[in-house]
Design a protein around this ligand. Structure first.
Ligand SMILES: *Cc1c(COP(=O)(O)O)cnc(C)c1O
Length: 216
């Protein structure tokens, strides 16, 4: 099946209110243009340099999402154009994004990444760290970032119940946050292997790579 066929199939499966981020990391401009010509406008990358190079050469109406772990010293490169930063996992990083947003005179939309998986290797805040961040004076002073919601990755396992439980936990945290902050409406959860479960558990944004572009 072609990239356009894959996209059509996935869009048909997703409810109207769920946004599809096409994860194009390691994929060529030509492959991205195939998806673009099939109507896709939102793409996700996990390396700032690669995303910036693609932003420079590809059509300007593409929305670029940074879905990977963010190094603070590279925030400045994406600050002029990034549409959504999914992986914000510390106050320090949020403050750097705020600083770069101010420099470029734009408010940068962000998601806070929550650690829900069993694997230690995955990044993110736990529930207490989230509460501490939100309660801090420094967070309230950040005028150039807008927290739009939460992002999380489930454990990589065939055990559906584990995945479902983790997504469910994240959804609960999201609902709590929604009552606290006015601009919160995005729950980014679900990848090629688990997006059906994520959508059932309340995801509003899925990040799908290999089911669209093939294996990396
Ligand atoms: C690579 C990646 C994805 C997409 O993974 P697929 O399994 O190819 O769909 C989603 N989210 C993050 C954070 C990623 O790094």
């Amino acid at each position: 099946m072609s990239i356009a066929d894959n996209l059509r199939k996935i869009r048909r499966e997703l409810p109207e209110h769920v946004e599809l981020v096409a994860v194009s990391k390691t994929k060529s401009n030509q492959e991205i243009m195939e998806a673009y010509e099939a109507g896709q406008r939102v793409f996700g990358e996990n390396k700032i340099q690669e995303m910036t190079e693609k932003w420079e050469t590809l059509p300007r109406d593409i929305e670029w999402h940074m879905i990977g772990h963010v190094q603070r010293n590279k925030v400045k490169y994406m600050a002029p154009f990034v549409s959504l930063v999914h992986g914000v996992d510390s106050l320090k990083l949020l403050k750097e994004i705020d600083k770069q947003g101010r420099k470029h005179n734009r408010v940068i939309p962000c998601l806070l990444q929550i650690h829900i998986a069993r694997e230690e290797t995955k990044f993110g805040l736990d529930e207490q760290e989230l509460q501490d961040l939100l309660a801090s004076e420094e967070f309230r002073k950040c005028r150039w970032v807008k927290v739009r919601g939460l992002m999380g990755m489930a454990t990589f396992t065939d055990d559906e119940e584990v995945v479902r439980r983790e997504f469910h936990l994240l959804k609960n945290m999201f609902d709590t946050l929604k009552n606290l902050l006015p601009d919160v409406g995005i729950l980014s959860m679900g990848m090629s292997g688990d997006y059906h479960i994520a959508v059932e558990e309340g995801s509003t944004m899925v990040r799908i790579g290999s089911s669209i572009f093939g294996e990396r």
